[in-house]
Ligand binder design. Structure first.
Ligand SMILES: Nc1ncnc2c1ncn2[C@@H]1O[C@H](COP(=O)(O)OP(=O)(O)O)[C@@H](O)[C@H]1O
Ligand SMILES: [Mg+2]
Length: 271
């Protein structure tokens, strides 16, 4: 991705937009089970996502990560507590302020790449030419200009997720929410996508909250990590990652990286 090209395009004020902070306050979620009993999936979750930061939430499978992200997105109601964007309580439907990328491929198979990216834009008051500008800008951001007229089935898994990320970004979300977006990819593609995502973040500085069970992925991408405990899911620890902002893939082998990894793994093993 070429930064000059990106600056030239800038019709979208993503790069210089002051994204609101997102916070989760005293949030719990339980589901009714047999009889009048309840299963508590999340208990008293408190966390803060700071503007322009890349934050990861790590935790083992089944500890409630997706449930939490779905609540933040507005897809599931919390049992108690609230989600605030820029200090304002958000309730109900997913808003354009919270763009979501899921683990599975969620592109519309009958739409082209460009039409998929444009999908949310038709609901905004925006002229056709503005929509076209935005779509070509984000095709460029994710490096898929040549595939504008391809259909999802013609793309690899990594390319599909790049389209899904472009589609979420096109709505200029205050916070980009991602639920294990690379979970379905092979190891090599996954590393390429991590590199791609970090480059994208350092160009746009969009505020990101990503969920992963992959500790290495979390450390490589983040400024801040929240470690979630299991049954019930609680925030066990908050770790700030003091690695340089510009990171190459082989930073994963650096002693300071390995030390953070050991610390996070120990926290998760205590479960
Ligand atoms: N609609 C539901 N009804 C009852 N239990 C649920 C429901 N959704 C999720 N759960 C339970 O919540 C727990 C956490 O699930 P999930 O959030 O998907 O975890 P993760 O994403 O960390 O793997 C699981 O034990 C799951 O069975
Ligand atoms: Mg999940």
């Amino acid at each position: 991705m070429n930064s000059r090209t990106l600056q030239e395009f800038t019709p979208v004020k993503l790069a210089d937009r002051q994204a609101p902070k997102l916070s989760v306050e005293n949030l719990s979620k339980s589901y009714p089970v047999r009889g009048d009993r309840h299963l508590t999936v999340l208990e008293n979750i408190n966390l803060e996502i700071f503007p322009r930061e890349f934050t990861c939430l790590v935790g083992a499978s089944g500890c409630g990560k997706s449930t939490l992200l779905n609540i933040i997105a507005g897809l599931t109601p919390p049992s108690t507590g609230k989600v605030l964007v820029d200090g304002r309580s958000v309730t109900g439907k997913p808003g354009s302020d919270r763009g979501m990328v899921f683990q599975g491929y969620t592109l519309y198979p009958w739409l082209t790449v460009a039409q998929n990216i444009a999908f949310g834009l038709q609901f905004q008051h925006m002229s056709k030419s503005e929509q076209r500008d935005k779509v070509s800008y984000f095709l460029n951001v994710v490096g898929l200009e040549k595939f504008a007229n391809s259909y999802p089935k013609q793309l690899s898994g990594g390319m599909k997720q790049r389209v899904a990320i472009a589609r979420a970004l096109a709505n200029e979300p205050a916070v980009l929410l991602m639920d294990e977006p690379f979970g379905a990819l092979d190891a090599q593609t996954k590393e390429q996508m991590q590199e791609f995502l970090l480059e994208l973040w350092s160009k746009t500085h969009v505020t990101v909250l990503m969920i992963t069970h992959d500790v290495e992925e979390a450390i490589y991408l983040s400024q801040r990590i929240y470690v979630l405990s299991c049954r019930p899911g609680r925030v066990k620890s908050e770790i700030t990652i003091d690695l340089p902002e510009h990171r190459e893939l082989d930073i994963k082998l650096a002693p300071e990286f390995v030390a953070i990894k050991r610390q996070v793994l120990q926290l998760m093993r205590q479960e």
